[in-house]
Design a protein around this ligand. Structure first.
Ligand code: GLV
Ligand code: MG
Length: 311
């Protein structure tokens, strides 16, 4: 299933607290591309152990659609990581696609998880390599090491920015991470977004932005989605059903751009295959091989979002 989920869309990635049976069963009705059942920061320390079996039951007993299904375990600097992985992965069955590792600081954190997963898969009778990995970059160390982290394991499917922990790690003078800082002339995370995006793409990973914590501020969320969607990110976390709707829309190409991408491909194919030309005019602009690559990305994203070419 790691192969299955690798290419699936992750426009909206819904965070579901693993200690809440109510939220675990509600997650099914929320049309997110991905749901991750959380054992980390949305679960109180006193509930950590019990949450594991709730998460396992939710994965096994609920009939999930074809969305990406992930469990976020606790970070390596806690006492819970190996227990989370062993208990959840060995009991969840084949429907679990991925494990998300928070606060990844160095490539070795991912390698350690990869090795542990291999043993758990062997003992649980799962195909080796079945479980994919999502790595969260949310500390200064993690950002400095992001290129090595993205290359650390063939299990890696996505790299995820965690703005709240990152703001804390940077000691930014803010009390809410991942929202606009009006005093700052620009986007205080622009460098971070670009660095993570480049590292992820260089290794063929999907790249995801983390939560927008002001859950009632739809305008602010839309603004933040546009920033990362415009840079090239694949999606963003959702903490509430209303956020899913906004995120799905902004991370999908419009029908107009989807149709234009098709027309560019047609024109380029005619030019190269029938006329033997590498570059050709398309309306008032010149298109060439780079235009084909850009158009293909629109088609892939649009198709994943359910668009069809207008007749
Ligand atoms: C997410 O985990 C974050 O810290 O923003
Ligand atoms: Mg975090």
């Amino acid at each position: 299933m790691s192969q299955r989920s690798r290419a699936l869309p992750r426009r909206s990635c819904l965070s579901v607290p693993g200690s809440s049976e109510r939220f675990l069963s509600k997650a099914l009705s929320i049309p997110a591309d991905m749901s991750f059942l959380d054992l980390e920061d949305s679960v109180a320390p006193s509930e950590k152990i019990e949450a594991r079996s709730k998460v396992v039951s939710a994965i096994r007993d609920q009939s999930w659609d074809d969305r990406v299904l992930c469990v976020r375990v606790n970070a390596w600097d806690t006492a819970w990581t190996y227990g989370d992985v062993v208990e959840v992965v060995s009991q969840a069955g084949e429907r679990l696609d991925e494990v998300m590792l928070p606060k990844v600081q160095r490539a070795a954190d991912v390698i350690a998880l990869d090795l542990l997963l291999t043993q758990v898969e062997k003992n649980a009778g799962l195909p080796v390599g079945h479980i994919g990995i999502e790595a969260q970059i949310e500390t200064t160390q993690g950002l400095i090491q992001v290129e090595e982290i993205c290359a650390a394991s063939p299990r890696l499917e996505t790299i995820v920015f965690g703005p709240a922990d990152f703001a804390a790690s940077m000691e930014m003078p803010v009390l809410t991470g991942g929202v606009q800082i009006s005093e700052y002339p620009g986007d205080h995370f622009h460098y971070v977004f670009s660095k993570i995006l480049m590292a992820g793409r260089a290794h063929g990973l999907q790249v995801i932005d983390g939560p927008y914590l002001k859950v009632r501020d739809g305008e602010g969320l839309a603004d933040y989605c546009r920033r990362t969607a415009t840079l090239g990110f694949d999606g963003k976390w959702a903490l509430h059903p209303d956020q899913v709707t906004i995120i799905n829309e902004i991370y999908s190409p419009t029908q107009e751009l989807f149709d234009r991408a098709w027309s560019i491909l047609d024109a380029y194919e005619r030019a190269t295959e029938s006329d033997g030309r590498g570059a050709v005019m398309f309306g008032d602009e010149m298109i060439d091989e780079a235009s084909r690559k850009m158009a293909l990305k629109f088609l892939a994203r649009g198709t994943r979002a359910g668009l069809r070419r207008s007749s």
